[in-house]
Design a protein around this ligand. Sequence first.
Ligand code: 1QQ
Length: 385
Amino acid sequence: MKRTLSLLLLSALSLAAAQKVATPIAIGIAVAQTSNASLFGQEQVIGAKLAEKFLNARGGVGGTPIKLVFQDTSGDEAGAINAFQNLISKDNVVGIVGPTLSQQAFSADPIADRAKVPVIGPSNTAKGIPQIGAYISRVSAPVTAIAPNALKQALKINPKLKKVAVLYAQNDAFSTSETGIFQQTAKDLDLNIATVQKFQTTDNDFTTQVTAVLGENVDLVIISGLANDSGNLIKQLRQLGYKGLIVGGNGLNSSSMFPICGQYCDGVIVAQAYSPTQSSAANQLFAREYKAQYKKDPPQFAAQAYTGVQVFVDALKVLDHKRKIADWDLGELRVALNKQILIGKYKTPLGELSFDKDGDIVQQAFYVAQIKMKDAKNGTFVFLK
Ligand code: 1QQ
């Protein structure tokens, strides 16, 4: 009797679990559409939507269109967890591109990993992200690959650099990870770190930190924070008289920051995982399509989000050849899709890419740009040689 009952229960459970993949094929986009992190998230929404439009125009997945399902993560962990749960259990997506911040990924990614739902991080650059679990990969090259390039470029501009100040947001996982790499690289390059100053991503007043930096007479300032905080910090550094070079991290990698530091953004050096001039056919097409619509070059966060969606579509196409996606059980598809993502090679706006055994991106080229302001609000990233 007991046995029959538990058998009944088991089959009821597996019935509930068996669920065909709906069409159009739903891919989740969990990025920050609100909060300070939306300075990055808005570019990600644009990149993802371009991918949906253009990949569907080229046939989607073997003739079946994809449909992006957006869930706003806002800028914190709770928002990311909520968005992931909705996408996984209510929207029944095949996989998720997101979240925006590493700080959010460390909380939300384990939920998708346990549910066996593939996640592609579009902008999570802290150390340890792909190692969260087997279902977590990323198309955003890590701070270890990116940050050193900015310091080397600063030394190229001024080979006499010697004394540096380092500042970072201590309440953000990406910022603490990136500053670790900046500080190690500074030592490796024989730079002398005169002071290390901490702040919070929610800070607006940086008088204490700027006073400490000015007291050290440094000729390079290195900042790891998010857009709003770093932008205000730069502004206050300049207003209080700092004249030397500034290297900013990935949190300064968006023109959304320009209105925050205004003319004071001018000259800031930021390493890049994307260049609009990258010569691959995939990128030239993407850059042209982006430019036609937005009248400017695509930014890194848009290119990475586009790439995340494209990787899902390319991997789905391979599986669709074996069995039409609509005929798969959703749970089985998610597992097979994750495997396919990791073994595939992709021709993307970031160039040709693949993944290592942990799910970290294997990317060929990196870049460094310097901010050039036209006026108090508008500027561009000028790519350096
Ligand atoms: C991270 C980052 C941020 C700057 C992305 C927006 O690189 O959180 O990992």
